[in-house]
Ligand binder design. Structure first.
Ligand code: ADP
Ligand code: MG
Length: 695
C-alpha cells in the first residue's frame, strides 16, 4: 500500500464507510494522515467505586469515567437471543454497580476474584445503583501509564465515529512504511527536528505533551519549507516574462482619470501611490506581479476597478477573482454601478459557480465576443473551461484565501497576463517578503480620513438583552446590523440550525417590523445573493450570519457588528469581522459577547479596543496565548496551512525560509542527487496543491 492508495483498500472499510471518509475530505491513505486532530484530551482520573456518587451532580444521569473496581464475585454468563451476556456485580460500601458485556464470555477468565481493574466508559444511574455497558477493561498500571497520553479528537461527520477514525489511522500507520524521511539529516539535526514517522505518529497519538510539541514543530516546519521551496522553484519559471501588452500611455487623458475626478471622495495618498505603481507596471518592461496590502476598509476595490478600466480602454480583457459568491456578486454590482454613473459602456461579465448552464453559456459567449470585457467571478473562473481571449490583467481579491497555485492556474489561462493580488492580511514586511517573495508589494497604509474608529466592547452573555435594545435603537436611526453566530465546528448541519434558531430568537427581541434574515454556507447561492442585495438596499435591517460575511462585504450603512462566542475567534479574524462596519460616516460599534466567565478571554478580546491596526492586534494576541492555547481558537486562516500559523509560528517560518533559500541558492532546480528526495517531495507537493485548487 502507498500514500496514494484509496482509503477503501484498508481492511474493514466498506463502500459506505468510504463514502463517509470522502465527506471529510479523506480519499487516500495520505489524506487520512493529514487529517490532524483538532484537539487532544487526557483520560479521566481514576475514581474509586465508593466515591462514585459524589461525581454525580444533581440532575446528571450519566458520566464518562475510569472506575477502580475490586472483583469480589465471579461474573456470570447467560444466553439471551443467541447472544452471550457477561454480567459482573460489584459492591463497595453502599455503592452498587452492574456491568455487562455482550459476546465476550471469555471475560469470566479475566475478571478473577480478588483482582483490581479500571473500567473506562459511561456510568449510568440505575435505580439505587449504577450501571455500565461494555466498558474498556484495563489493569491499573496500564491505565496509569496511559494517563499521560493525549487522546485526539477529530473533525467528524454523522455516522463516522471517533473510534473508527482513530482505528483507521492506526491501521494506516501500521501498513505504510514511513521510515524514509525526505528532509536531509543535516537540516533535521541543525534545528532538532523530529523524524517524519515520529512526527506523524505523535501528531495523532501523542505519547505525552513533549512528543506532541515535537511532532508539531516538525510538521509545521515541513508545511512552511515545502511552501517556500515550491514557490521559489516556480518563481524562477515565471521571472523575466516580457510585457507584450500595450496599454494606452498615461499622458493621454484616460477614463480612469475622469472617474477619479468625479468620485464622491478623493483617493487617499496611499491609494494614489498604489494606483500609480500599478499603472507604471502595466506599461513597464516586465509583466506585473504585485501584491496590494491594505487593511479592511482602506479602499482596495476602487483601485482594482481603475486598473481594470485602463485595461478595458486599452482594448484588453481583465478578470477579478473573489473567494466567495457573495463577494463576487457585490463587486459585480459595484462595477456595474460605477460604469453606469460615469457613462462607460464596458461589458461586465459575471461568472460564478451558481449560474445556470444557460447563463454560463451566455457568459462565455460574451467573453468571446468582447475583447475588452471585465470579468468578475469566483473560483469557477479557474475551475471551469473559462476561455479568455485577450486577457491582460488578473486581480485576485482577498488573496489570503487562495493558495499560490490557484493564483497561477488562472495566470496560465491567459497569455501570461499582469497579476495583482489584493489582501487585507496584516503581515509585517519581513513575513510578507518570505510568503510573497515572488511579488512586488504596495501597501495602502492609510484609511479614508473621514472615518470614525469603530467603538468596541466586550460583554458577558447577560448583556445580550441590553445589546438587543441598543441594536433596536440603531435600527430606529436608520442603520443596519450584522450578528455573527457562534461557531459550530462539528458539522455544517448544526451550523445551519444554529443560525436559523438564533434568527427566530432574535426576532422576538426586536421591535415588530424589523426585518431579520440569515445567511449561512449551506444556502443556495441564488438565495445568498438575494439576501445580500436586499441587505445592501436596507430592505433587511439585521443580517444573522456565520462567518461567510467575514471577507470583503461592503454595506456602509451597517453600524453594528455583534459577535457571539467571540472568545472562540482569533483576534485577526475578529478584526476582519469588525471591519464590516465603520465604512460610512456614522459612528459604528462592535459588540463582542464573551460566553465564558474567563477573565483571560476577556482580556484577550479587549486588545481589540486598544488598536485598529491589524498587525498589532495579531501579534498582541500571540503574546497572550501561551503554547497549547491554540486549540479551539480559530487561527488566522492565512494561506490555510494545516497546522502552521504565520503569527504563532513566525520563528519556524523564518527557519524554514532560511533553509529553503540555502538550498535554492545552491541548486535552484534541486537537480543534484543530494536533493533528490526533497525534489520528489516538492513535486508531489505542487501536484497536491494543483489538485486542491481544482477541487
Ligand atoms: P477594502 O479595502 O476593505 O476592500 P473597500 O474597497 O470595500 O475596502 O472600500 C470600503 C468603502 O470605502 C467603500 O464604500 C468605498 O466606496 C469607500 N472608499 C474607498 N476609498 C475611499 C476614499 N478615498 N475616501 C472615502 N471613501 C472611500
Ligand atoms: Mg475588499
Amino acid at each position: 500500500m502507498e500514500l496514494s492508495s484509496g482509503i477503501g483498500t484498508i481492511k474493514g472499510i466498506g463502500a459506505k464507510t468510504e463514502e463517509l471518509f470522502h465527506k471529510i475530505g479523506v480519499y487516500t491513505l495520505g489524506d487520512i494522515l493529514l487529517h490532524y486532530p483538532k484537539n487532544y484530551d487526557k483520560l479521566p482520573e481514576i475514581t474509586p467505586l465508593a466515591e462514585l456518587p459524589e461525581k454525580f451532580e444533581v440532575g446528571t444521569e450519566s458520566i464518562t469515567t475510569a472506575l477502580a473496581v475490586h472483583i469480589q464475585k465471579t461474573p456470570f454468563v447467560k444466553s439471551a437471543r443467541s447472544m452471550q451476556i457477561t454480567t459482573l456485580q460489584v459492591q463497595e460500601q453502599n455503592v452498587h454497580l452492574d456491568v455487562i458485556w455482550f459476546r465476550m464470555p471469555y471475560l469470566k477468565n479475566t475478571l478473577t476474584l480478588g483482582s483490581w481493574f479500571v473500567f473506562l466508559g459511561k456510568v449510568t444511574r440505575k435505580g439505587n445503583g449504577y450501571h455500565m455497558e461494555q466498558p474498556q477493561i484495563l489493569v491499573p498500571e496500564k491505565y496509569n501509564a496511559m494517563q499521560n497520553c493525549l487522546w485526539p479528537s477529530y473533525a467528524l461527520t454523522a455516522g463516522l465515529s471517533k473510534n473508527k477514525l482513530s482505528q483507521t489511522i492506526q491501521q494506516v500507520l501500521k501498513e505504510l512504511d514511513l521510515s524514509k524521511d525526505y528532509l536531509p539529516e543535516e537540516i533535521r539535526s541543525r534545528h532538532q527536528l523530529a523524524e517524519y514517522n515520529f512526527a506523524i505518529e505523535n501528531i495523532h497519538f501523542p505519547e505525552n505533551d513533549k512528543a506532541l510539541e515535537e511532532a508539531r514543530k516538525r510538521l509545521i516546519f515541513d508545511e512552511f519549507f515545502q511552501f517556500i521551496l515550491s514557490a521559489g522553484m516556480q518563481k524562477e519559471q515565471m521571472e523575466e516574462i516580457q510585457n507584450d501588452f500595450s496599454f494606452l500611455p498615461l499622458e493621454q487623458r484616460l477614463w480612469a482619470d475622469e472617474v477619479m475626478e468625479k468620485l464622491p471622495y478623493k483617493l487617499t495618498g496611499a491609494q494614489l501611490r498604489t494606483l500609480g505603481e500599478i499603472r507604471a507596471d502595466l506599461r513597464g518592461k516586465k509583466v506585473m506581479q504585485r501584491l496590494v496590502q491594505g487593511d479592511v476598509g482602506s479602499g482596495k476595490t476602487i483601485i482594482a476597478f481603475l486598473a481594470m478600466l485602463d485595461a478595458a480602454q486599452s482594448g484588453y480583457q481583465s478578470a477579478l477573482m473573489a473567494p466567495t459568491e457573495v463577494l463576487a456578486q457585490q463587486h459585480y454590482q459595484t462595477f456595474t454601478n460605477l460604469c453606469e454613473e460615469h457613462g462607460l459602456k464596458i461589458p461586465i461579465v459575471l461568472l460564478t459557480g451558481s449560474l445556470t448552464a444557460k447563463e454560463k453559456r451566455r457568459a462565455y459567449e460574451r467573453m468571446e465576443l468582447y475583447p475588452n470585457a471585465m470579468v468578475i467571478g469566483t473560483h469557477a473562473l479557474i475551475q471551469e473551461r473559462a476561455v479568455f481571449d485577450n486577457l491582460a490583467l488578473v486581480i485576485t481579491d482577498e488573496q489570503h484565501r487562495f493558495g499560490v497555485k490557484q493564483r497561477e492556474t488562472l495566470f496560465l489561462k491567459g497569455e501570461q497576463p499582469h497579476t495583482l493580488v489584493m489582501s487585507a492580511t496584516p503581515i509585517p514586511r519581513t513575513l510578507g517578503i518570505i510568503l510573497y517573495g515572488d511579488l512586488d508589494i504596495s501597501v495602502i497604509d492609510e484609511v479614508p480620513a473621514k472615518r470614525l474608529p469603530v467603538k468596541s466592547c466586550v460583554v458577558g452573555k447577560n448583556s445580550r438583552k441590553t445589546s438587543y435594545d441598543f441594536i433596536a435603537k440603531e435600527i430606529q436611526n436608520g442603520h443596519q446590523v450584522y450578528v455573527v453566530c457562534p461557531l459550530v465546528e462539528e458539522s455544517e448541519g448544526l451550523e445551519m440550525e444554529n443560525v436559523t434558531d438564533y434568527t427566530e430568537a432574535l426576532k422576538k427581541n426586536l421591535p415588530k417590523g424589523t426585518v431579520v434574515e440569515y445567511l449561512h454556507g449551506k444556502m443556495k447561492s441564488g438565495r445568498k445573493n438575494l439576501i445580500m442585495e436586499q441587505f445592501a438596499r436596507n430592505e433587511i435591517q439585521v443580517l444573522v450570519s456565520t462567518t461567510v460575511i467575514e471577507v470583503g462585504v461592503n454595506v456602509p450603512n451597517a453600524t453594528v457588528m455583534m459577535i457571539e462566542d467571540a472568545q472562540r475567534f482569533g483576534l485577526a479574524q475578529l478584526h476582519q469581522l469588525r471591519g464590516r462596519v465603520g465604512r460610512g460616516d456614522a459612528q459604528s460599534y462592535c459588540i463582542m459577547i464573551n460566553t465564558t466567565d474567563s477573565e483571560k478571554a476577556k482580556k484577550r478580546l479587549e486588545i481589540l479596543n486598544k488598536s485598529n491596526d491589524g498587525f498589532f492586534i495579531a501579534s498582541e494576541d500571540l503574546k497572550l496565548r501561551g503554547p497549547g492555547d491554540f486549540f479551539g481558537i480559530r487561527q488566522s486562516g492565512l494561506l490555510e496551512f494545516r497546522l502552521g500559523d504565520i503569527y504563532q509560528n513566525a520563528d519556524l517560518l523564518k527557519l524554514a525560509s532560511e533553509e529553503a533559500n540555502l538550498i535554492l541558492a545552491e541548486d535552484r532546480r534541486l537537480e543534484s542527487e543530494k536533493y533528490a528526495s526533497v525534489r520528489e517531495r516538492i513535486q508531489t507537493y505542487i501536484r497536491e496543491q494543483a489538485e486542491i485548487a481544482n477541487l
